[in-house]
Design a protein around this ligand. Structure first.
Ligand code: KIV
Ligand code: ZN
Length: 501
């Protein structure tokens, strides 16, 4: 079997998605999950872009030892120095150098002629090679570059020491057949191509990132750059879960090829990235969407009951999707809870299990059947990396059709009880305003969404919101069977996140 290298760029290109900023602790948590998932390369950041990014790549390099840890750099010495500094503790470091090769980028952005670009590309790869043996080079906007010039650049950077040449469809312009033919042409026209791995990096502006990546693999690419849930610049990057499951499901078309992804961990990784970035996964999203394995029509349900493969090409459990099976209830003990959490791949410390257990019991008093998704939501709520300085003590709401909503909220701040009262446009607004009075912080709610975690009137409601305060924008979540409480929890979580920055 030949391996397809999975290069995950959730923490670099994924984080470039507007509004998806992650703090270093969150990035580290994602990096661990990516490592558990079995990705081969983690692009941990763009170290020159900020001090925080450099430190975060450094932290990941120290803590995550399985996959190659990669840092991005422009073809500029200072960038490569920063990447080297960030990666100096990595067991397997990689510097990823990029330089545009399309006419449009060379003329308008870089204001450089072809010869200068060629010289810079070669010099940069040689410079980066002094720091580490594993160098990747990307001719940015490759899919819109003149082919003859692109071939020359690729040949030169391989001679200079690049072990991977990545072909980006930077603006998501390519069509599958065309992109496949570009990879084929590179294989046929670059004399030393056998000395490097061909990689792809496709963006989703025309919704073709996954199709283009798969076509590239069929034509000889052996590394794919992708992100969890397909997050990334503009319309995003190629989605990892879709590529991996396409290769696995259609072995007939990808014979002899495999990835090393432990697919049973996909759903967990998807949830985590969604939770930490605040990007809700669309219900109809392939592989990880809430409806991806739901059969609604009677004909389909009947077919699946008779023989799953009539309407299911992937078993939900193959991607770790546990669905809505009833698992636990009021009479389930701590042991049953711990066992189920283990089956869901959560490794909790005894203290974390205590906290989850308390929330579980409280939920079981209100809700007859506890589903896996309820458990996941509680665990995510209770295992936050951030130490909460603000804690919810209690709240009381007065609301109705013909009265002005009024909220009385009490929080604990470093063990001191603080309370405030406020009216608002609705009960949620009144609570938020009361919290603002307590914290004394001026903030702007930029996004607010609510989703039912499972079906039924007693389902947990999960609130995701985006809050701007003290110069930061953070995303956070909260869940409860009471949607006002979910909102209050999410709002307080956001304050705790801001305090941690
Ligand atoms: O889209 C792109 O071209 C990139 C490069 C830095 C590889 O993200
Ligand atoms: Zn990109």
């Amino acid at each position: 079997m030949e391996k397809i290298i999975i290069f995950d760029t959730t923490l670099r290109d994924g984080e470039q998605a507007p509004g998806a900023s992650l703090n270093p602790a969150e990035k580290l948590e994602i990096a661990h999950v990516l490592s558990d998932l079995g990705v081969d390369v983690i692009e941990a950041g763009f170290p020159i872009s900020s001090k925080g990014d450099l430190e975060s790549v450094q932290q990941i390099s120290k803590a995550v030892k399985g996959p190659v840890i990669c840092g991005l750099a422009r073809a500029i010495k200072a960038d490569m120095d920063a990447a080297h500094e960030a990666l100096k503790f990595a067991k397997h470091p990689r510097i990823h150098v990029f330089l545009a090769t399309s006419k449009i980028h060379m003329q308008y952005k870089l204001k450089k002629a072809e010869d200068e670009i060629l010289r810079l590309a070669v010099e940069s790869v040689k410079y980066a090679r002094k720091f580490c043996p594993d160098i990747e080079f990307s001719p940015e906007d490759a899919s819109r570059s003149e082919r003859e010039f692109l071939f020359r650049v690729i040949e030169a950077v391989i001679d200079a020491g690049a072990g991977t040449v990545n072909i980006p469809d930077t603006v998501g312009y390519a069509q599958p057949e065309e992109f496949g033919s570009l990879i084929k042409a590179i294989k046929e026209n670059v004399a030393n191509i056998d000395r490097a791995v061909i990689s792809t990096h496709c963006h989703n502006d025309l919704g073709l990132a996954v199709a283009n990546s798969l076509e590239a693999i069929k034509n000889g690419a052996r590394q794919v750059e992708c992100t969890i849930n397909g997050i990334g610049e503009r319309a995003g990057n190629a989605s990892m879960e879709e590529i991996v499951m396409a290769i696995k499901t259609r072995r007939d078309l990808f014979s002899g090829l495999e990835t090393q992804i432990k697919t049973g961990n996909i759903y967990k990784a998807s949830r985590l990235v969604s939770k930490l970035t605040g990007f809700v996964v669309a219900p109809n999203k392939a592989i990880v969407g809430g409806n991806a394995f739901r059969h609604e029509s009677g004909i389909h349900q009947d077919g699946v009951l008779k023989e799953r493969s009539t309407y299911e090409i992937i078993k939900p459990e193959d991607v770790g999707f546990t669905g809505t099976g009833i698992v636990l209830g009021k009479h389930s003990g701590r042991h049953a809870l711990a066992e189920r959490l283990k089956e869901l791949s959560f490794a909790l410390s005894p203290e974390q299990l205590d906290k989850v257990s308390i929330r579980f019991k409280a939920l079981a008093d209100k809700k007859k059947n506890i589903f896996d998704d309820d458990l996941i939501s509680i665990v995510e709520d209770e295992t936050k990396l951030i130490k909460p300085v603000w804690k919810l003590e209690s709240f009381v709401i007065t609301s109705g059709t013909n009265i002005t909503p009024l909220a009385q909220v009490s929080l604990k701040y470093k063990n001191k009880k603080l309370s405030a009262q406020s009216s608002g446009d609705g009960p949620v607004d009144a609570c938020f305003k009361a919290i603002d009075k307590i914290t004394g912080t001026k903030c702007e709610l930029q996004d607010y969404r609510i989703e039912a975690v499972t079906k039924g009137k007693d389902a947990l409601g999960e609130v995701s919101l985006k809050l701007k305060a003290k110069g930061h924008v953070v995303t956070s979540r909260g869940s409860s069977t009471d949607i006002i409480e979910s909102s209050v929890r999410a709002y307080i979580n956001a304050f705790n996140k801001i305090e941690s920055l």
